[in-house]
Design a protein. Structure first.
Length: 369
């Protein structure tokens, strides 16, 4: 099948893991995938899909509309086969969907997250998000993909899209890249991702201090970039047990995670996080780590209460409960639970499971035409 994926996201940063993994798995299943995005033409040559780079030089907040116009202009020159389906990032959907409808091309939107930004950018993005999902609601053939059950329910509640028109694509993990190995000699707690204030990362060094005060030897690694990076680096200079690293490539990150004991999910209970399906959760499990996090829907697996290797607590209890849980656990128990986490990832979290759902949605959309 010919699959055209229009997205406003670059595939050259850590936030592109999902898109890369899904596109890779689709090509492995013999679909002919073309990615159309803002990356410079020729920069996807190491990937197995076709690529069309479309650059937008517009000001922030207006980039998606400009990009959408240029994508439509390019698409008008393409000879579309009858065995084609178009996947469209909601950020560029509002011009591309009408074009697809006019040409009778099967389409579906891909929503990895509603607008997360506050202020002017959010004001500009929310109408676009709503309009794209309304086009799904108002079309007998419309379909969209989200990342979690809570995300699905949010779209249903806000826009009135039927449940049958929404497919859930849970975050998976590359089980070959993310693996478990001999752990560091000192118990190591890790967070990787955006080091932004709104993610609760500034509270993480306090967990390390609480554990040290309770007499538990451990160290902490924080990996990423964001508006708290410099502040956290300052804290690290004053605490030899705290390491802060800026963004690193996936292969090196996977090797570090493989040797850590505990992964952290500090994101607070806000819409942007409760609707999510965080990649790091899957990567922690695949790396044979225990997981400690804030208790809300975005951090829970469906069967999270049965998972001995996962501890989710109320935000105000995070430091106290985390210290007690980790501090009172011996190394043998931690190793057993880490092995259970890896086994869970192998059974439930490979990207192939996610692409099974995506492929079914693609076939369903195509069959409506």
């Amino acid at each position: 099948m010919e699959i055209y994926w229009f997205t406003g996201r670059s595939l050259h940063d850590l936030c592109s893991t999902t898109q890369i993994s899904l596109a890779m798995e689709l090509t492995n299943r013999n679909h002919n995938v073309t990615v159309i995005n803002p990356d410079v033409k020729g920069t996807h040559e190491s990937y197995p899909w076709n690529h069309q780079g479309i650059i937008s030089n517009a000001r922030r907040g207006f980039q998606s509309r400009t990009l959408g116009k240029r994508m439509v202009k390019w698409f008008q020159t393409v000879d579309i086969s009858s065995n084609s389906v178009v996947m469209i990032d909601w950020r560029v959907a509002n011009l591309l969907i009408p074009f697809c409808k006019k040409r009778m091309i099967p389409w579906m939107i891909v929503d990895r997250s509603p607008p997360a930004n506050k202020g002017l950018l959010a004001t500009l993005q929310w109408p676009s998000w709503k309009k794209s999902w309304k086009q799904v609601r108002n079309s007998e053939r419309g379909h969209g993909c989200v990342v979690s059950k809570m995300h699905q329910q949010f779209v249903q509640r806000k826009i009135g899209v039927s449940k049958s028109s929404i497919t859930i694509l849970q975050a998976g993990v590359n089980l070959e890249r993310f693996h478990s190995k001999q752990k560091f000699p000192v118990r190591t707690i890790v967070y990787h991702g955006k080091l932004d204030k709104n993610r609760g990362v500034l509270a993480l060094p306090m967990l390390l201090r609480k554990m040290k005060s309770a007499g538990f030897i451990s160290r902490m690694m924080l990996i990423g970039t964001g508006d708290c990076l410099k502040q956290l680096q300052t804290m690290a200079r004053e605490n030899e047990d705290l390491e802060v690293h800026s963004e690193i490539e996936q292969e090196k990150l996977a090797e570090i995670l493989a040797q850590c004991h505990v992964g952290l999910l500090p994101m607070p209970e806000r819409n942007v996080w409760t609707l999510a399906s965080p990649l790091k959760r899957s990567e922690y499990a695949a790396s044979g780590m225990l997981v400690l996090g804030i208790d809300h829907a975005g951090h829970r697996f469906n069967d999270h209460q049965e998972l001995r290797w996962m501890k989710l607590v109320q935000q105000h209890d995070f430091h106290h409960e985390g210290t007690n849980w980790l501090g009172n656990m011996d190394e043998d128990t931690m190793a057993v639970l880490g092995a259970e986490a890896r086994a869970y990832a192998e059974k439930n979290l490979p990207w192939s499971h996610t692409v099974d759902a995506l492929e079914q949605a693609i076939m369903s959309v195509r069959d409506k035409y």
